[in-house]
Ligand binder design. Structure first.
Ligand SMILES: *Cc1c(COP(=O)(O)O)cnc(C)c1O
Length: 239
């Protein structure tokens, strides 16, 4: 068996395991698994892996750095005709907004007003219609990990909703490091409910990674972002 075939088998096995964990978590939570969308986070893995996942039926792929994502998106489109929707899940610098707006299907990490302007202007220039965005909210006090403070969420949401070319699709969060995920995701569910009361269309809740997605599903996640459990361990010291 060649290397590509054995990698395909490995990804297929990992995918089956992740899907069964999602199904089980949905069963426990009394939710329909069709409500939970799997995003494979392919950062630091090659375009060939991303293409294999798309061919295995994972059509939503996530990246966290524009430099890597823009190159990979082009490579993947050469490697496969399978449908791929790119999700930008990492910290976004405003000078990268134009690049990201060109390939992103959903931006998960809008967390400050300057990005509303930058993404809206970029999308207008591209003439590609509305871009769906999630607001990333911080569940701890660590601003380096991104996210608007919960106190600023409502105002930022209004700005996104008023912006031309942007559609407010929902909320995203990363659980705090070194703390139990359940209380954090419970708080997130509250914030998501408040957001929906003002913006009924904001129904997406992007939460849960390899280590905590069962908890996120219990608390209403509609999109889980899974890297390690699908692809294996990344090189150390990279978030
Ligand atoms: C890397 C990353 C993930 C995936 O993390 P794993 O623990 O490998 O599943 C999810 N969300 C964001 C924002 C990430 O940067």
């Amino acid at each position: 068996m060649n290397q590509a075939d054995s990698r395909r088998d490995e990804l297929r096995d990992n995918l089956a395991l992740v899907r069964s964990r999602i199904d089980q978590a949905c069963g426990t939570a009394g939710r329909d698994p069709s409500e939970v969308h799997l995003i494979a986070v392919t950062k630091l893995f090659p375009a060939s892996d991303a293409a294999l996942l798309a061919e295995l039926g994972v059509h939503d792929l996530g990246e966290s750095r524009d430099q890597e994502a823009s190159v990979k998106a082009a490579q993947v489109s050469e490697l496969t005709t399978a449908t791929v929707r790119w999700h930008f899940v990492g910290r976004l610098q405003s000078n990268k907004a134009r690049s990201v707006a060109a390939y992103a299907h959903l931006v998960h990490s809008l967390d400050r007003p300057v990005l509303v302007e930058a993404l809206s202007a970029a999308r207008r220039r591209l003439g590609r219609g509305e871009l769906e965005v999630l607001i990333q909210v911080s569940l701890d006090e660590d601003v380096d990990r991104g996210g608007v403070h919960p106190d600023g969420l409502a105002q930022l949401a209004d700005q996104v909703a008023d912006a031309e070319q942007l559609t407010l699709a929902g909320l995203m969060a990363v659980a705090p490091l070194n703390a139990a995920p359940d209380p954090a995701f419970e708080r997130l569910a509250e914030l998501a409910g408040q957001l929906r009361s003002q913006h009924p269309g904001a129904t997406v809740l992007s939460a849960g990674m390899s280590g905590d997605f069962e908890s996120a599903i219990r608390h209403g996640a509609t999109h889980v972002r899974i890297g390690t459990a699908l692809l294996g361990r990344r090189a150390p010291s990279f978030g």
